[in-house]
Design a binder for this molecule. Structure first.
Ligand code: GTP
Ligand code: SPV
Ligand code: MN
Length: 596
C-alpha cells in the first residue's frame, strides 16, 4: 500500500526502529490479504479453522492462560500532570512510561512480521469519525480489528496526506504478566500495549482509543465518549425512539442492545433495533438534541450465558465470519460455552486446550470468553446504525449489578440530578477484568476503567454538556438494576427480553404518558405501571414472579441507601476537590431526604 501521509510513514518508521521486525505488512483490507492472514494463523496454530459447513468463515483462538481479561491495575493514563489522570486512574509520567516500555518492547518483533492497520472508528470519512493506526505483531489482532473497525486502503484515503490520527503500538512480547502495560497518552494521541494478546488490552481501537483517548478528546472538543450501548424502540405507529445505556463490563449491554420484546409487544407491532452494544460517541446536533454514534463495526461479546433463549440475535451474529476466543472446542469443529444449551459436550477441549469433563465442576469456557462478530450479521441491526450523524437520544440509562439496594428502575429529577445518579453508580465486579469478582465497587457512568482524565473533571463535563442545550432537548436520565437477588441468590427479575417492559415505562416517562412515585432517590414506577401481561417467570421452582415481587424490587430501603451513602462520601473524597459542587449538594440533599 502506498502511503502519502508523512506522519504515518514517520510513525511506522519509528515503530520499526524500536521493534525491529523482519517484515512490515500494511493491512489494505482486501479479502485476499485477510484470507492469506487466516491461512498463516492456522498454519502456526494461532487460530483454528472451525467447521466451515456449520460456521462458515469462523475461527477459534486461545489466549495465554495468564492473559484472559483487561488488566486494570496495569492500565495507566500517562498525562503530563498526575492531576489530569486524577485519583481513580493509575499514572506514570509520560517520559518515564515511554522509556520503560521502550526497554520492554525493543527488538521484540525480531523474527516476526509487523502489521500496520489503518482503521476508522465510525463510518469512513464522516466528520464525526476518527482514524487510528495500530502497529501489531498479532494476526489475531489484525483479524479482530477487521471485524471490530473499518480498516484498510479506504481509511488511508480518508486520512489524506496531512490528516491526524491516534498512534497505537502493540507488541505481544513474551506475554509476561509482570511486564504487561496498557498505556494511554491522551495529550499525545498515543497508545502503547505490551505483553498481552487479550481483546480489550490489544484491540486498541476499542477501550484504549474509543473510550480512554476519545473521552479526553471529547472533553477538549465538547462531545462525549461513553461505555454505552445504543438501541432503538419502534412503536406500532412506526416511530423509533433511541436510548443509550451505560452498564459496567459484563453487566448486560450486548443483551439489552439486541433484546427481543416479549410476544405480546411483538404482536402489537413493537420492534427493537440495535445501533451499538458497547461504545457511544455523543454530540449535540444542530437541533440541540444529543446524537449518539456507534464507532465500532462489530461486537466483542461475552459468550457464556448467550443462548437461543437469552439472546437469539447474538447467537445469529456468530453464525458466520466470527472469531471465538477461549470457549470450548468441540470434536466436530464447532464451539460451546456454559449455558449455550443443556448438553455440555463430551470429548471436547476446554479453553486451555485440555480434554474437558463436563462433570468436573470446572467451566469449559473461560467466564470472559468472547465472540467477535460483524455487526452486519445482526438480524435486528438498525437501518440507522451507519448514519454518520448518529441517532437522537430520548433517554440515557445507567445501571449496575447490585444484589440489593438499587431498585429495578428509577428516574432522575433533571439533568444535573441524572449526572449525580451516574456518578454514584456501583456494581459487582465481573470476569471482564482481572481480579476478584462479585465485589461491589463504585463505577461512575461505567467509566471507572475507561475515563482518560480526572473523574471530577469528567463529571463537570457531563454537567456542562447539559448546559449547552435546553432542558426539553436533553435526554431523560434513568437507572436500572436487572440483578436483584432473593435470600437464596436467585434473580428476582426475569431480565433479558423481559427488560423491554422497563424500556416501555422509560419511554412513556419521556413522553409524559405515565406518572411515578417520588422517593428520596428519584421517581420510581407505581407497581401497576410496569406491564406484566404474559410474563411467566419462576424465580425458583414453585415460585412464580408476581406483582408482590415487583413491589419488592421497586421499594426503596432507606437504611440500605444510607449505608451506601457512606461509601459514596468516601468515593467522592477519593476523587477529591474536582467533584463539582452541584454533585456534592445533590449528595447532601439525598442524604437529608433519606433521613427525613
Ligand atoms: P462487556 O462486553 O464486557 O462490556 O459486557 P456487556 O455489558 O455487553 O454484558 P453482556 O450483555 O454480555 O452480559 C454479561 C452477562 O450478564 C452474561 O452472562 C449475560 O447472560 C448476563 N445478563 C445480561 N442481561 C441480563 C439480565 O437482564 N438478567 C440477568 N440475570 N443476567 C443478564
Ligand atoms: C469490557 O470489558 O467492557 C469489554 C470487553 O467490552 S474488552 O474489549 O475486553 O474491554
Ligand atoms: Mn464493554
Amino acid at each position: 500500500m502506498d502511503c502519502k501521509n508523512a506522519k504515518v510513514n514517520q510513525f511506522v518508521k519509528e515503530s520499526a526502529e524500536l521493534l525491529q521486525p523482519d517484515d512490515i505488512v500494511w493491512i489494505d483490507g482486501s479479502e485476499e490479504q485477510i484470507e492469506e492472514l487466516r491461512r498463516i494463523a492456522c498454519s502456526t496454530g494461532e487460530m483454528i479453522k472451525l467447521n466451515q459447513e456449520v460456521l462458515p468463515n469462523c475461527y477459534y483462538h486461545r489466549t495465554a492462560i495468564n492473559d484472559v481479561a483487561r488488566v486494570e491495575d496495569r492500565t495507566f493514563i500517562c498525562s503530563r500532570e498526575q492531576r489530569n489522570a486524577g485519583a481513580t486512574n493509575n499514572w506514570i509520567p509520560p517520559a518515564e512510561a515511554y522509556a520503560m516500555t521502550d526497554e520492554i518492547m525493543r527488538g521484540k518483533m525480531k523474527g516476526r512480521t509487523m502489521y500496520v492497520i489503518p482503521y476508522s472508528m465510525g463510518v469512513v470519512g464522516s466528520p464525526f469519525s476518527k482514524i487510528g493506526i495500530e502497529i501489531t505483531d498479532s494476526i489475531y489482532v489484525v483479524l479482530n480489528m477487521v471485524i471490530m473497525t473499518r480498516v484498510g486502503e479506504k481509511v488511508m484515503q480518508a486520512l489524506g496526506e496531512d490528516g491526524d490520527f491516534v498512534r497505537g503500538q502493540h507488541a505481544k512480547c513474551d506475554l509476561d504478566a509482570e511486564k504487561r502495560y496498557i498505556l494511554q497518552f491522551p495529550e499525545d494521541n498515543y497508545i502503547r500495549s505490551c505483553n498481552s494478546g487479550y481483546g480489550g488490552n490489544v484491540l486498541l481501537g476499542k477501550k484504549c482509543f474509543a473510550l480512554r483517548i476519545a473521552s479526553y478528546q471529547g472533553w477538549k472538543e465538547g462531545w462525549m465518549a461513553e461505555h454505552m450501548l445504543i438501541l432503538g424502540v419502534e412503536n406500532p405507529q412506526g416511530e423509533t425512539k433511541y436510548i443509550a445505556a451505560a452498564f459496567p463490563s459484563a453487566c448486560g449491554k450486548t443483551n439489552l442492545a439486541m433484546l427481543i420484546p416479549p410476544e405480546g409487544y411483538r404482536a402489537k407491532g413493537y420492534k427493537l433495533w440495535t445501533v451499538g452494544d458497547d461504545i457511544a460517541w455523543i454530540r449535540i446536533g444542530e437541533d440541540g438534541r444529543f446524537y449518539a454514534q456507534n464507532p465500532e463495526a462489530g461486537f466483542f461479546g461475552v459468550a457464556p450465558g448467550t443462548n437461543e433463549k437469552s439472546n437469539p440475535n447474538a447467537m445469529a451474529c456468530t453464525k458466520e465470519g466470527t472469531i471465538f476466543t477461549n470457549v470450548v472446542l468441540k470434536k466436530d469443529g464447532t464451539v460451546w460455552w456454559e449455558k449455550m444449551d443443556k448438553n455440555p459436550p463430551r470429548d471436547a477441549e476446554d479453553w486451555t486446550g485440555k480434554p474437558w469433563d463436563p462433570d468436573s465442576g470446572k467451566p469449559g469456557a473461560h467466564p470472559n470468553s468472547r465472540f467477535t462478530a460483524p455487526a452486519r450479521n445482526c438480524p435486528c441491526i438498525s437501518p440507522e446504525w451507519e448514519n454518520p450523524q448518529g441517532v437522537p437520544l430520548s433517554a440515557i440509562i445507567f445501571g449496575g449489578r447490585r444484589a440489593k439496594t438499587a431498585p429495578l428502575v428509577y428516574q432522575s429529577r433533571d439533568w444535573d440530578h441524572g449526572v449525580f445518579v451516574g456518578s454514584i453508580m456501583a456494581s459487582e465486579t465481573t470476569a471482564a477484568a482481572d481480579g476478584a469478582t462479585g465485589v461491589v465497587r463504585r463505577d461512575p457512568m461505567s467509566m471507572l476503567p475507561f475515563c482518560g482524565y480526572d473523574m471530577g473533571d469528567y463529571f463537570q463535563h457531563w454537567l456542562d454538556m447539559g448546559k449547552k442545550t435546553t432542558a426539553d432537548k436533553l435526554p431523560k436520565i434513568f437507572n436500572v438494576n436487572w440483578f436483584r437477588l432473593d435470600e437464596e441468590g436467585n434473580f428476582i427479575w426475569p431480565g433479558f427480553g423481559e427488560n423491554f417492559r422497563v424500556l416501555e415505562w422509560i419511554l412513556k416517562r419521556c413522553e409524559n404518558q405515565v406518572g411515578a412515585q417520588e422517593t428520596p432517590i428519584g421517581f420510581v414506577p407505581k407497581v401497576d405501571d410496569i406491564c406484566l401481561d404474559g410474563l411467566d417467570y419462576e424465580i425458583k421452582p414453585g415460585h412464580k414472579f408476581t406483582k408482590e415481587d415487583l413491589q419488592t424490587i421497586l421499594t426503596i430501603n432507606n437504611q440500605w441507601w444510607l449505608e451506601d451513602i457512606e461509601n459514596i462520601h468516601a468515593f467522592y473524597e477519593k476523587i477529591g476537590k474536582t467533584v463539582p459542587e452541584e454533585l456534592r449538594n445533590e449528595l447532601t440533599a439525598m442524604e437529608n431526604r433519606l433521613k427525613a
